[in-house]
Design a binder for this molecule. Structure first.
Ligand SMILES: C[S@@+](CC[C@H](N)C(=O)[O-])C[C@H]1O[C@@H](n2cnc3c(N)ncnc32)[C@H](O)[C@@H]1O
Length: 707
């Protein structure tokens, strides 16, 4: 009952909120490789210490902790957050994930590496690449006349052939490429001559300084249609595509190290003939190469990948332009030559992570003035303007990266992650300052203080796990949230390259794709519905419950917009013979996340704490809507103390969490797990609505509106 008594909601919520704003500063370990929807490490540390620590959480959170001999499992390890937190405080860990990329990444996170040797190898690789391809990423500065300065980003617009007159025209959704926030003025492309204009007022941008044509902020391409500027015909796009649409290079953001000190803002230019020739040269060079590492696989249909098909992309390699393919193929060749397998694997991991910035789905953030990697949303959005980043990366005189998305950025992130494994820290708020507190004595990896910590990482479906009965001290996990993220479909984007580069050296890499019919996500293409998710989750939780020692917790995070997705959780917990003794709120997403922004989605997860023989604090039990509203109100007050002004989505998720808990509590006696899944889901749904009812919903909404 320790979490139930000792978990400190405002303390952890405040830290989790800060962590999710800039997660790599709090948990640099995430820099090893992208994984989707990573929950805050702070939250799982809080849960572990609340369960196993003795002193107040506020004290021990910033101290070194060691729990030798405790065995913790995570059946859905993904990027490994709960597992790494448990390993860091001295526990033996057991992780499962059906996706081979997850097992690869967690191995990379846990396995030690000689950081100096890694950095030397990375520097040698980058220097070979620079000698070979850096000339394709150079330009001249029209402002000051300096030749040969590095390009940060190339901006490309999709073009379409008019179906009436055959003219080729640009599909500009808008002409603004930079807002006047991080740059002194707004930068607009002239629709007539393509010159870049710097203007004070983007709502009234005036005329082009070069050709005097009117400047506009919004472009002609809108809602799938664009008029041909020559004949006026309204064309649909992407239309009946026979392949991906072509792109035209229309703008460049570059770095001028010689003038940076005296120049205000960024450097933008319209590409000149030499810039266009450099892209052509790279394409010509690519055409002459016989690729050994660029994958040839087709993109299979899917809930997320169907969008790519609609835009004419049939194979993964079509998502890259020739200059990117050249850089990636040459990088793979250099990685493959490295003899030391640990370092080769680290650099292969880096290449896999680099892919998300080096492809033609990346967009340019006109406010932040940087590339958005393909996975800044959990899907494959196809834009009309794409951003190609400098391939090797740009480093200034002080050794710091300028811009993002190149090899140097990825290597820097990885090295920071591995240093953090050896010397982890927490970030404490003292007054208005964030202070880094080293936590000496803790470390991530198999080597503990004076002993080895057991680490078992398995690439298999957790529905097939067979852990010994009563062998676990806790399960901490973050399961899939029904259909929110299509892990396999998304991760294949990296996997097809990584697999080609490292061969079958890794567990699970014999599979051609990371997709699996056993993945516990709702997926229309693969006919996986709520019943599939419920049954899978119930099987996993039943295996885990069987392996837990008496009274040990299974704690997991969850949130969803739909009530039905909570019913699945309720059924899974009941089928596992567990009860839910707490449902705690905690921020777990970034407030401004692109995939959250503008939706009614919540950034607040419910942490469900379940035990076989659970007792819940009396005042958490409710049987009237008034009491439920009071409990949700207390949670909102805790979150407000942590600095979160709850949204309607947050409030609703918190309420659904409590309703699920109470439905489980009242249904546990006499629960019949052998009934059909649809019947069990209906039973939980009925109980949740009976408890909450329309009245509770309205009261919670009214309460939120008055916050
Ligand atoms: C929400 S993610 C976990 C995120 C993770 N906690 C992190 O910090 O990155 C859920 C994970 O469940 C995995 N998964 C889905 N179905 C599974 C199954 N049947 N067995 C094991 N893992 C599965 C997915 O591949 C995904 O990595």
């Amino acid at each position: 009952m320790s979490i139930e008594r000792r978990f400190d909601i405002p303390l952890i919520a405040e830290m989790a909120l800060r962590e999710k704003q800039i997660q790599q500063n709090y948990r640099p370990i995430i820099g090893v490789h992208k994984w989707f929807a990573r929950r805050p490490g702070t939250l799982f540390r809080g849960l572990l210490l609340a369960e196993f620590g003795e002193d107040p959480l506020e004290e021990i959170f910033f101290q070194s902790n060691d729990f030798p001999g405790l065995r913790i499992a995570d059946p859905f390890m993904g990027g490994g957050t709960p597992l790494l937190e448990a390993n860091r405080v001295g526990c033996d860990v057991e992780g499962f994930d059906i996706n081979p990329m997850s097992a690869w990444i967690v191995h990379e996170e846990i396995e030690p590496i000689d950081i100096a040797a890694y950095e030397r190898a990375a520097a040698a690789l980058i220097s070979s690449l620079r000698a070979d391809i850096d000339r394709y990423y150079r330009t001249s500065c029209p402002h000051y006349g300096d030749p040969d300065v590095p390009v940060k980003s190339f901006l490309w617009v999709k073009v379409l052939d008019c179906e009436a007159c055959g003219a080729t025209f640009d599909l500009f959704p808008g002409y603004l490429i930079a807002e006047n926030r991080r740059h002194p003025k707004n930068v607009l492309v002239c629709p007539a001559c393509g010159d870049l204009n710097e203007v004070e007022d983007r709502r009234d941008p005036g005329n082009c300084a070069s050709c005097a044509s009117a400047l506009h902020r919004s472009g002609p391409a809108r809602r799938g249609r664009c008029e041909c500027p020559r004949c006026g015909h309204s064309n649909a796009y992407p239309g009946q595509v026979r392949g991906p649409l072509e792109h035209r290079l229309f703008a460049i953001e570059y770095h001028n190290p010689h003038r940076k000190a005296e120049h205000r803002g960024r450097f933008f230019k319209k590409p000149d003939d030499e810039d266009l020739a450099r892209a052509d040269d790279a394409a010509e060079r690519w055409a002459k190469l016989s690729p050994r590492f660029v994958p040839d696989q087709h993109i299979p249909p899917g809930d997320e990948t169907d969008r790519l098909h609609r835009w004419g992309y049939a194979r993964y390699r079509e998502l890259f332009n020739p200059r990117q393919l050249l850089g990636l193929e040459l990088s793979c060749r250099l990685v493959a030559e490295i003899e030391d397998s640990r370092i080769r694997h680290a650099l292969a991991t880096n290449l896999s992570d680099l892919l998300r910035y080096q492809n033609m789905l990346c967009r340019y953030d006109t406010m932040a003035l940087k590339a958005l990697d393909v996975f800044s949303v959990h899907g494959f959005p196809v834009g009309l303007v794409q951003c190609e980043s400098n391939f090797t990366g740009i480093v200034n005189g002080a050794g710091a990266n300028v811009g993002s998305g190149g090899w140097t950025n990825i290597v820097d992130k990885y090295a920071k992650a591995k240093r953090y494994c050896d010397a982890p820290f927490e970030v404490r708020r003292i007054g208005s300052r964030n202070v880094r507190v080293p936590v000496r004595g803790e470390r991530i990896g198999e080597r503990g203080t004076g002993r080895r910590k057991r680490v078992a990482i398995r690439c298999e479906s957790a529905t097939e796990s067979d852990l010994a009965p009563q062998s676990l001290d806790a399960v901490f996990t973050d399961p899939p949230y029904f259909g929110n993220v299509q892990y396999g479909e998304l991760m294949d984007f990296c996997y097809v390259w990584l697999r080609r580069l490292v061969g079958s050296e890794a567990e699970g890499f014999d599979r051609p794709s990371t997709r699996s019919p056993q993945e516990l996500t709702g997926n229309t293409t693969q006919d996986r519905d709520l019943a599939h998710f419920t049954e899978g989750l119930a099987t996993v939780y039943s295996h885990m419950a069987h392996a837990l020692k008496p009274g040990a917790p299974l704690a997991f995070t969850y949130h969803h917009n739909k009530l039905d997705a909570y019913c699945a959780v309720g059924v899974a917990i009941l089928d596992a013979g567990l009860v839910c003794s707490a449902s705690l709120p905690c921020p777990a997403e970034m407030g401004g996340s692109i995939h959250i922004h503008g939706t009614t989605s919540s950034i607040i997860d419910t942490v469900f704490v379940c035990r076989r023989s659970g007792a819940a604090p009396e005042d958490w039990l409710f049987d009237t809507p008034e009491r439920l509203v009071a409990i949700v109100g207390e949670d909102l007050a805790h979150l407000a103390r942590a600095g979160r002004t709850p949204t309607y989505g947050d409030t609703r998720c918190i309420m659904l969490g409590h309703l699920t808990r109470m439905a489980i509590w009242t249904l546990r006696d006499g629960w019949n797990r052998s009934l059909p899944t649809t019947e069990k889901l209906a039973t939980v749904r009925e109980r949740m609505t009976a408890f909450g009812g329309k009245r509770a919903n309205e009261d919670v909404l009214a309460m939120w509106e008055s916050v």
